[in-house]
Design a protein around this ligand. Structure first.
Ligand code: WT7
Length: 650
């Protein structure tokens, strides 16, 4: 680490935003309206009267019919903006067209190969309308689900917004997952239509998406049509009566389309995320509250103004992209970047070249990316003019103070506050986060957003300070998940059973004596690999689905850049030899079953796995071994000798 960085860290400095940033910020403007003098007063006033806060912001959006009540809280079920008639797509697009903002650029898209496209609000609106009409023509309407499996091409937000426009529920599956994962999600969501592309390139390599989808569509009985975008020019086979080209079905469609009037609480989308069991959870978000929550957080946390260029460098296939690439920036009417490629391809200057080229004002990425750039060294960002950046953001995993300070110094030029935003697929919006007016401590996500009350509890439900414990949320927020798709019991069991009327986040965190929150990581069997949430159970079941595997246990091994790497311990069935070749085959198998993000980096063959007397694998023990730590109490193990076996395997 460079000497000056080390000094910065040792200082335990509190980074105060400049007067200029504070005074100009949207949050200060808003506070002035209500004569609120400072951050403490803001939190107090909002927490005392959450309905007042959210009502004020909800009114900045357009309602077909006003809501009667802000909130009905019947734990664990919250309803927001009751009886309001609303559509998020109307607010993201129609409203701006009506207000004469059609010529403004909504998206600047840059392809992996450097190709660019600028899409105005008017163009986006026309594209969405045409595709929405095409979907209607296929019989899709209110409440139907549509599965979307696309890379970061402009048709992805178009497809999502078109669904929203006609009241259909989209379920986007990350294009880095493989087709098997898509199949599982299509079947759980019972989609009638799926949307994909012939293919796309990743690091210059062609990925034939349609061909992979063909293999699984025999096993998805609810799918009637597959819509295919001609993106990579691959010569694909079209299945008669089922497959349709996007360009053909939209060609003769009208550029106008009536927006479906939805209820605030009608579902907008399902997004699958990993949990403690093998089956991913379909998190359900709705039109009204979701829109208000993400609109408000983008406005106040990232402080966007009318003329800003905003870049959230995430994939639209995750919640970060849903909320802060697709919906919230359009609700605010700003210009955003959509980048199809990877940060260090063709070289580690790629991101900074984009920042310079489009004069990006606010930039949002994940700690894993920052740590990767630390490794490449400051010479890459130093080649480019980053002076347009005013504010920075971080999301997805804890940002270690070293990475925070590096980001602050080399990307933020010691001028830009860093918004370390803690939230989840389930929360829809930032929940624990600084505002541009908050004093910052490197590595802390600071405090809950106004109206949100968070706490750290021990197993008995007692509030803790300066000690790690369960991170819980005690109050509802507008963009909270409403349920788990077709599994309301799992919603209650997962999030609302540990402590009465409190949302259990699944994270361990600490609150310091100033009330600052420090997120430490997941407490359940969920891994965080390069900021991606991966369930150990999903990887284990993929491994066990391979014929020669009898049993498998998966844990996270700390990694300097990715946070965690996947380490798998595998028991082979009799008669199978533990060879290097078999290790490679198993890695490939998981890759095909789930996707490259879930590929184990390490595989070890063992004869036995440490288990409790009831037969549960003790991942805690395996994890300690992998980290080289003391395994602690093993008295509850049924087979303590398995621990020695782990030693030999490592
Ligand atoms: C999990 C949620 C929210 C968008 C991306 C991930 C971890 C998220 C932070 C942060 C520390 C963080 C948590 C959380 N996480 N943001 N700023 N500091 N940890 O969404 O896939 O639903 O994952 O990501 O562990 O529970 P997700």
């Amino acid at each position: 680490m460079p000497k000056d960085l080390e000094a910065l860290l040792k200082e335990e400095r509190i980074f105060k935003p400049t007067k200029d940033i504070v005074e100009k910020s949207n949050i200060t403007q808003w506070m002035n309206k209500y004569k609120i003098k400072n951050y403490d007063e803001l939190l107090k006033k909002a927490n005392d009267n959450p309905d007042w806060f959210w009502d004020d912001l909800a009114k900045e959006l357009e309602w077909f019919e006003p809501y009667k009540n802000v909130l009905k809280w019947d734990p664990p079920h919250a309803e927001w903006f009751l009886e309001g008639k609303f559509n998020i797509a109307h607010n993201a697009l129609d409203r701006h067209i009506k207000n004469g903002k059609g010529d403004k650029i909504a998206y600047i898209w840059e392809g992996e190969d450097g190709k660019t496209r600028k899409i105005t609000y008017h163009q986006l609106w026309c594209d969405v309308n045409k595709f929405a009409n095409a979907l209607r023509e296929l019989g899709i309407g209110k409440g139907d689900t549509v599965s979307i499996y696309l890379p970061m091409i402009p048709e992805l937000p178009v497809a999502m917004l078109a669904c929203a426009k006609i009241g259909a529920v989209h379920s986007v599956v990350f294009s880095g997952f493989w087709a098997k994962a898509f199949q599982e999600r299509v079947n759980d969501s019972k989609s009638k239509v799926a949307i994909t592309t012939d293919g796309f390139t990743r690091r210059g390599k062609l990925i034939p998406l349609k061909e992979n989808v063909d293999d699984i569509l025999q096993n998805t009985p609810t799918i009637k049509n597959l819509i295919v975008i001609n993106n990579a020019g691959i010569d694909v086979k079209m299945h008669e009566g089922r497959d349709l080209w996007w360009h053909e079905i939209t060609e003769n469609m009208s550029e106008e389309c009536e927006t479906e009037v939805m209820d605030s609480e009608d579902p907008l989308f399902i997004l699958y995320t990993s949990g403690t069991t093998g089956k991913p959870k379909g998190v359900v978000h709705v039109h009204g509250g979701y829109a208000v929550g993400i609109y408000t957080t983008l406005k106040f946390v990232f402080d966007l103004n009318e003329d800003d260029i905003w870049w959230c460098a995430a994939d639209i296939g995750w919640i970060t992209g849903h909320s802060y690439i697709v919906y919230a920036p359009l609700l605010l009417g700003v210009t955003s970047i959509i980048f199809e490629g990877t940060p260090d391809y063709p070289d580690p200057g790629r991101l900074w070249k984009i920042v310079e080229g489009y004069k990006v004002n606010v930039f949002y990425t994940a700690p894993t990316t920052i740590r990767m750039f630390m490794k490449y060294g400051p010479k890459w960002p130093q080649k480019y003019d980053l002076s347009s950046i005013r504010l920075l953001g971080s999301v997805g995993e804890p940002i270690n103070p070293e990475a925070w300070v590096w980001y602050y110094k080399y990307i933020g030029r010691e001028k830009c506050p860093i918004m370390d935003t803690w939230w989840q697929t389930e929360t829809g919006m930032h929940l624990i986060t600084p505002l541009p007016i908050s004093p910052l401590k490197p590595g802390s996500a600071v405090m809950p957003f106004p109206t949100v009350q968070a706490d750290i509890l021990d197993d008995m439900g007692r509030s803790l300070t300066e000690k790690g414990g369960h991170l819980v949320i005690k109050t509802p927020w507008p963009s909270m998940l409403r349920t788990i798709y077709r599994n309301p019991q799992r919603y209650i069991k997962t999030y609302w059973s540990a402590f009465k009327n409190m949302y259990l986040s699944g994270d361990v965190a600490r609150k310091d004596s100033d009330g600052y929150f420090w997120i430490q990581g997941r407490e359940d069997d969920v891994l965080s690999v390069a900021g991606h949430r991966i369930g150990t159970a999903e990887v284990e079941s993929a491994l066990v689905s391979y014929e020669c595997v009898a049993e498998a246990a998966v844990v996270g091994k700390p990694d300097e850049i990715k946070g965690e790497e996947i380490a798998a311990f595998v028991i082979l069935k009799d008669n199978f030899k533990p060879t290097q070749e078999l290790k490679d085959t198993l890695k490939y198998h998981v890759r095909v079953e789930i996707g490259p993000v879930a590929t184990p980096k390490y595989i070890s063959f063992v004869d036995d796995l440490p288990k409790t007397r009831s037969g549960k694998i003790m991942r805690r023990v395996i994890k300690a071994k992998v980290k080289g730590e003391d395994v602690g109490d093993t008295s509850t193990l049924a087979n303590p000798e398995a621990v020695d076996g782990l030693d030999r395997a490592l």
